[in-house]
Design a protein around this ligand. Structure first.
Ligand SMILES: Nc1ncnc2c1ncn2[C@@H]1O[C@H](COP(=O)(O)OP(=O)(O)OP(=O)(O)O)[C@@H](O)[C@H]1O
Length: 331
């Protein structure tokens, strides 16, 4: 755990005055006949977490590759951490960190040893390296295990050490790929806390994830890419409000009740979706008055649901509505 953990769901207001950490305009990238990015405009304010969502092949890795100066775009402008990434990629590289799901740890060495070695390789003096390693071990809740070989660490501890390794050099922008993947629920929450903690230190995080809960919990703003274009961008709550739908689901006692409920709700001008096998009927609540209409229609038809549940829209639903793709869970 970080020494001063931030609440996991703190949302940050963009700092309008400050220069954005990432600014991309009219970005295009073609690989032969494949258009991987097609006119992407993106601004990420400093000190925020930005979630990048998209189906397989949507262009996420290409976009991160361009931002991290690993892929040269076909057209467009790219500024990262205050530098033009196309004209001065080396300046950008000094200000960013990129973590994948592969760990580059030496498991025979201790956590401290790994951090010290990386700091020294990056040119830090002995004392500066020790100080930085100590800070990171504290911040990532690894101080007690600092001098044990990393092979004795749990999966969650290794992921934390891996993230700490990418932060040995202080970076303005950190690119993270699915930080919660492969962790048990408690370690995943710890990891999310840790990512939020990065923004407390002024770091900007661009998070690529297929896990919508991760994006929902972590990101101040989410951008949804589909086929190389941005199809939506906004705070998760805004996207859910704008694109998602509330719905009510009635569970019925018998197949006959289910059929009656579907008829009654359709007769009331609603759009029921009956699942006769499960004996449920779901109705999208497009208007404020629709919930009352559901109850009235069922009552008038003398159908008594065994249960009536209300569902608030999730990011899953938003994603599906925007991209037509179901998310692929890799967990
Ligand atoms: N080096 C390359 N050569 C040819 N085509 C490429 C190359 N890199 C990416 N592409 C293509 O560009 C498109 C976008 O790929 P990209 O890897 O950016 O998507 P992604 O959203 O990261 O997908 P995933 O979630 O599967 O990693 C895809 O059609 C992909 O096949």
């Amino acid at each position: 755990m970080p020494s001063t953990p931030s609440p996991p769901c703190t949302r940050r207001a963009p700092d309008a005055g400050a220069e954005a950490a990432i600014e991309v305009g009219g970005l295009g990238k073609r690989f032969g006949r494949v258009t991987a990015l097609d006119g992407v405009d993106l601004t990420v304010p400093r000190g925020t977490v930005h979630g990048l969502l998209g189906h397989n092949g949507a262009g996420k890795s290409t976009l991160v590759g361009v931002l991290a100066t690993l892929v040269r775009p076909t057209r467009g402008t790219v500024r990262v951490a205050g530098h033009d990434a196309l004209r001065h990629p080396e300046r950008v590289r000094r200000r960013i960190a990129l973590t994948g799901q592969r760990t580059t740890l030496d498991l025979t060495m201790s956590g401290r040893g790994n951090l010290l070695m990386t700091a020294r390789l990056l040119g830090a003096g002995r004392r500066a390296a020790r100080t930085r390693a100590g800070e990171l071990l504290d911040a990532f809740g690894l101080a007690a295990a600092a001098d044990r070989p990393a092979r004795t660490y749990s999966g969650g501890m290794l992921r934390r050490l891996d993230l700490a390794m990418t932060l040995v050099r202080r970076s303005d922008v950190v690119f993270l790929d699915e930080p919660g993947t492969g962790l048990d629920p408690a370690s995943r929450l710890d990891m999310w806390d840790m990512v939020r903690h990065l923004t407390d230190l002024g770091t900007t995080v661009l998070l690529t994830t297929q896990h919508l809960e991760e994006a929902d919990r972590l990101a101040d703003v989410v951008t949804v890419l589909a086929d190389g274009r941005i199809v939506a961008t906004g705070a998760p709550e805004d996207l859910k409000r704008r694109i998602g739908r509330r719905s009510a689901t009635a569970e019925l006692a018998t197949a006959e009740d289910t059929a009656t409920a579907v008829r009654a709700l359709a007769g009331a001008g609603l759009r029921p979706d009956g699942d006769h096998e499960r004996r449920t009927v779901t109705v999208a609540l497009d208007h404020d008055e629709d919930l009352a209409a559901v109850v009235r229609a069922l009552d008038a038809a003398e159908v008594r649901p065994t249960r009536l549940t209300l569902s608030e829209p999730g990011l899953d639903q938003v994603y599906l509505a925007l991209t037509g793709h179901r998310r692929t869970e890799a967990r």
